[in-house]
Design a binder for this molecule. Structure first.
Ligand code: AMP
Ligand code: TRP
Length: 332
């Protein structure tokens, strides 16, 4: 049986990259698969989080999931720390994964930066917890943005090694689902850098909480080059900012860069940017309005998370017992 699992960290404002690379695909998949979507608060604390902001951000990601169109009654939405199986399986995977594997993880190198010795042990072991998130449910497919590909390869390595070490065919080989035009949305200030929550400039990203005015301003000020748009995608070669804005337009409009360029080829950014701003506002405003409405009732959000956690537990618990059995850990 096919089962989808994915997670989003509650660390700061969600942005257009999170939406186009991940959340929008979560919505599309829910009709065809059993879907489990997790707000990964245990991943968030691998770097320092203010406790009050963390719980607020957890509710905000939950609200964003629902506002974007995920149905929490057919699928499951919950926060990671409410289901103990994640942390338990992560420990087992700490004992399966090899140091050499984790040493290759580019996200750790980026996040730890020059102060590697000062990074938390949790940040280093982060990919093992991610593997546990997915495999605690024996999920088969994982929708993510391009940047998570390496972590999913590690998940497969862990599953494979566990199966080999214990002589079982227990964990499935997880398939990444990386699709659509927005798998790697770039910064509005620098087309060679990924749009990210941690970029110090908030001009670099469009967030779910931006007003229509903010969105229009950020797009107007987005870095571009002086040339007109080409009429086919080959002409975007060597023009990362132009390629990014065209890609964003295509992703929002549900079409391809080629067809956007058919319409806008030969025209300058003076024409293109207002059209992009209108489209972004049209797609994002209803989501941010709905998020605000949901956030006004945090008790309701907490009830949705608790219900999701109960249903997640019901799936994970029998699997956890089987894993304990395989490893030789006695459980009731
Ligand atoms: P995170 O905010 O790191 O928890 O990411 C949540 C999801 O958004 C993951 O599936 C990421 O791969 C995806 N994502 C984050 N940044 C981008 C980006 N700039 N472009 C496309 N997808 C992204
Ligand atoms: N590491 C992912 C990110 O930063 C978030 C994540 C945690 C995740 N656990 C997951 C994604 C399991 C997919 C499946 O984007």
């Amino acid at each position: 049986m096919n089962r989808i699992f994915s997670g989003v960290q509650p660390t700061g404002d969600l942005h257009l990259g999170n939406y186009l690379g991940a959340i929008r695909n979560f919505v599309d998949l829910q009709n065809d698969y059993e879907c489990i979507y997790c707000v990964v608060d245990l991943h968030a604390i691998t770097v320092w989080q203010d406790p009050r902001e963390l719980s607020h951000a957890t509710r905000e990601v939950t609200a964003a999931f629902i506002a974007a169109g995920i149905d929490p009654t057919t699928g499951i939405i919950f926060n990671q720390s409410q289901v103990a199986a994640h942390a338990q399986l992560a420990w087992i995977f700490n004992c399966v994964a090899r140091l050499g594997w984790l040493n290759r993880m580019t996200q750790f190198k980026e996040k730890a930066g020059k102060h590697r010795e000062n990074a938390s042990v949790g940040l280093y072991a982060y990919p093992n917890l991610m593997a546990a998130d997915i495999l605690a449910y024996k999920a088969t497919h994982v929708p993510v943005g391009e940047d998570q590909k390496q972590h999913l390869e590690l998940t497969r390595d862990i599953a494979q090694k566990f199966n080999n070490d214990f002589g079982v065919e227990f964990f499935p080989m997880v398939e990444p689902l990386i699709f659509g035009e927005g798998t790697r949305v770039m910064s509005l200030r620098d087309g060679t850098k990924k749009m990210s929550k941690s970029d110090p400039s908030n001009q670099s990203r469009i967030t779910f909480t931006d007003s229509a005015d903010d969105i229009a301003k950020k797009i107007r000020r987005a870095k571009t080059d002086p040339d007109a748009l080409p009429s086919d995608p080959d002409g975007l070669e060597g023009r990362p900012e132009a390629a990014n804005l065209v890609g964003i337009y295509a992703a929002l409009a549900g079409t391809t860069s080629a067809s956007v360029l058919k319409e806008f080829g030969g025209r300058g950014f003076g024409d293109f940017k207002p059209a992009l701003a209108d489209l972004a506002v049209e797609k994002l405003s209803p989501i941010s309005d709905e998020m605000r409405r949901l956030m006004a009732d945090p008790v309701n959000i907490d009830a949705i998370l608790a219900d999701g956690a109960d249903r997640a537990c019901a799936i994970a618990d029998p699997i956890r017992k089987e894993i304990n059995d395989i490893v030789g850990l006695i459980s009731a």
